[in-house]
Design a protein around this ligand. Structure first.
Ligand code: RFL
Ligand code: PHB
Length: 396
């Protein structure tokens, strides 16, 4: 049985856990990151892709933004497409000059792992956390993280603080669940997401509401498109052929006067369920939850990864004060502050989701969506609000 001591034990090497380790290392705080998957797996896992202004700035400011600035795509607007027409929302103009960077989550993860390894950080892949002990520890005993490696070796990490960054299905949320209030809602649809070797159809993201369902055109590079289709909940990826996916995208995105979507081989596909989940509070004694371990937002607002980074930006500051100066002030405020931001992101994601996904057999709901879109594209005030939320909700 390995016995290890560190200051902060971090469960999970997604954007939250890796960014936290990175920020703590820069402040001279020691941490160990435990990740149940292999390095290769977490570096290849395709998920979110839109970095808010403040997320990109934080990567820059902490020395991990160089490749993002070289390879990421800077965006100044999005298109709202509905009723066979296209409408541009000039995000940068409306949001005081701020912009977005489209750069895959797995690229952020790769950059953070490379920086961590270069700085000598302790990041352990293929190591599953099986339990948390003593998180309510008072004087004299410290919390511990129990783990097992893929080779079957068991161990325990003794630390001052545990950061639960292990996503929606990890052990951290489960360890808190006896005392947590978990508020959850499932939406009656899912997304079929694909990555295709095809040039993006336009320079900006297209959010499209059609009577056939929602569609989203995003991208990862000038050669790679990331595309999504609203599908019924419980849909299976295998029930769609490539031709059906391209056909449905073309039908939903059709506009008056004609428009075509460049096609190419589909190299990855997955179903994403649409949920809103909030775990309150985000702190239990020595255990602090961050990212998807604490909250899940539907992806329509592109907030999931940005929220995870914003959580750990605050958490790192709080832990530096707590661990190096025994000052609990920021740690005591962490949950309230992070929940307030997460609820705001939840509300924006709900706004986007409920405006853009038609429901079968709901004619009134469907007309209300069209009225809301019509109101949005006709009102600079509403667009200014949307732009501020889309470009920089988690930085404020
Ligand atoms: P992550 O990225 O889920 O990372 C958690 C990590 O913890 C590990 N883990 C454990 N490690 C050790 N022991 C255990 N017992 C463990 N249990 C779990 C996991 O292997 C994993 O590596 O959470 P984090 O860091 O909080 O980051 C959050 C973001 O990943 C998330 O909000 C977004 O990716 C959400 N999301 C999307 N957001 C968007 O804005 N746009 C999208 O298009 C989008 N697509 C997605 C998504 C999330 C998905 N999930 C969670 C299945 C697509 C998918 C499929
Ligand atoms: C993506 O590029 O994967 C993406 C973009 C915008 C969203 C969700 C996902 O709202």
């Amino acid at each position: 049985m390995q016995e290890i001591r560190t200051q902060v034990g971090i469960v999970g090497a997604g954007p939250a856990g890796l960014m936290l380790a990175h920020l703590l290392t820069r402040e001279g705080i020691e941490s160990v990151v435990l990740e149940r998957r292999s390095r290769d797996y977490v570096e290849q896992r395709v998920r979110a892709g839109v970095l808010e202004h403040s997320t990109a700035e934080l990567l820059d400011a902490t020395g991990v933004g160089e490749r993002m600035r070289r390879e990421g795509l800077v965006h100044h607007g999005i298109e709202m497409r509905f009723g066979g027409e296209r409408h541009r929302i000039a995000l940068t103009e409306l949001a005081d000059g701020r912009s977005l960077v489209v750069y895959g989550q797995q690229e952020v993860v790769k950059d953070l792992i490379a920086a961590g390894i270069a700085a000598g950080s302790d990041i352990r892949f293929d190591t599953e956390v099986t339990g948390l002990e003593n998180i309510d520890a008072s004087c004299g005993s410290s919390p511990a993280i129990v783990f097992r490696t893929s080779e079957g070796e068991e161990g325990r990490i003794w630390c001052e603080v545990v950061a639960g960054c292990d996503g929606a299905h990890g052990v951290s949320r489960a360890s808190a669940s006896g005392r947590a209030r978990v508020l959850a809602r499932e939406y009656p649809f899912a997304w079929l997401g694909v990555l295709a070797h095809a040039p993006p159809s336009s320079e900006e993201l297209i959010y499209c509401r059609s009577d056939r369902g929602f569609a989203l055109c995003s991208m990862r590079s000038p050669e790679l498109s990331r595309l999504y289709l609203q599908v019924p909940p419980g849909e299976r990826v295998e029930s769609w052929t490539d031709a059906e996916i391209w056909g449905e995208l073309a039908a939903r995105l059709a506009i008056e006067g004609g428009w075509s979507l460049p096609e190419g081989p589909i190299i990855e596909r997955a179903i994403t369920t649409m949920r809103s989940v909030m775990v309150e509070p985000m702190r239990y004694g020595s255990l602090f939850l961050a990212g998807d371990a604490a909250h899940v937002v539907p992806p329509t607002g592109a907030k999931g990864m940005n929220l995870a980074v914003a959580d750990v930006r605050d958490l790192a500051r709080a832990l530096v004060e707590k661990v190096s100066k025994a000052d609990d002030g920021l740690a005591d405020e962490y949950s309230t502050r992070a929940l307030r931001r997460a609820w705001r992101a939840q509300e924006f994601s709900y706004f986007m989701t409920s405006m853009l996904h038609p429901l079968p057999d709901d004619p009134v709901g469907n007309r209300l969506q069209m009225a809301r879109l019509d109101h949005l594209v006709g009102s600079e005030d509403l667009q200014r609000w949307l732009a501020a939320c889309y470009v920089d909700l988690t930085g404020r």
